[in-house]
Design a protein around this ligand. Structure first.
Ligand code: 5GP
Length: 189
């Protein structure tokens, strides 16, 4: 069974999911990491096909209509994000450990369709630290930040729905903890 090689990383906004996933990508090329489609605009330095597939609303509509997404959600009431299904299936068919870094709504959808996946919750060391990280990033306007914090409060409560929790004290340590889980998952099943 190669299907159990799928791991889903979720957690509250600004906890550092993207940074942890980037660290895994840098140090563990043997782990395949999904590239999501999104309707939000690229931030400076973000590349199409590397960080996201940046698509129009019309293209996202088409992907949904054609059932090309394994899951998708509106995040922070702002933009749509989704996981292209085919590349995930291909990675699993190739026997590669695969990782999705998605929001909580998406993780719940994957749990419904692929309950055998490993669900990992990334926790901030504290609420104050989470706020500090969100403000520190400084990429969002005030209104957007408030919206993200409100989302994060609700998201923290979802920890109990997950198989395992990693506390993100330090990015590389958290990434290595995640890799150990993903790889032990492969060996165990
Ligand atoms: P950002 O816009 O900061 O890159 O990401 C915002 C949020 O979207 C993050 O919480 C991230 O986990 C989530 N996200 C990224 N890709 C996907 C996806 O494919 N599906 C879902 N449901 N959420 C995603």
């Amino acid at each position: 069974m190669t299907r159990s090689r799928l791991a889903v990383l979720a957690g509250p906004t600004a906890v550092g999911k993207g940074t942890v996933a980037a660290d895994v990508r840098r140090h563990h090329p043997e782990i395949w990491i999904s590239v999501s489609a999104t309707t939000r605009a690229p931030r400076p330095g973000e590349q199409n096909g590397v960080h996201y597939w940046f698509v129009s609303d019309e293209e996202f509509d088409r992907m949904v209509a054609d059932d090309e997404l394994l899951e998708w959600a509106v995040v922070h009431q702002a933009a749509r994000y989704g996981t292209p299904r085919k590349p995930v299936e291909q990675a699993l068919a190739d026997g590669r450990p695969a990782l999705l870094e998605i929001d909580l709504q998406g993780a719940r959808q994957v749990r419904d369709t692929m309950p055998e996946a490993l669900f990992v919750f990334l926790m901030p060391p504290s609420w104050d630290e989470l706020v500090r990280r969100l403000v520190g990033r400084g990429t969002e306007p005030e209104e957007e930040r408030e919206r993200r914090l409100a989302t994060a409060r609700g998201e923290l409560a979802a920890e109990a729905e997950f198989d395992v929790t990693i506390v993100n004290h330090e990015v590389h340590a958290a990434a290595e903890e995640l890799v150990a889980l993903v790889c032990s998952e492969v060996a165990d099943r």
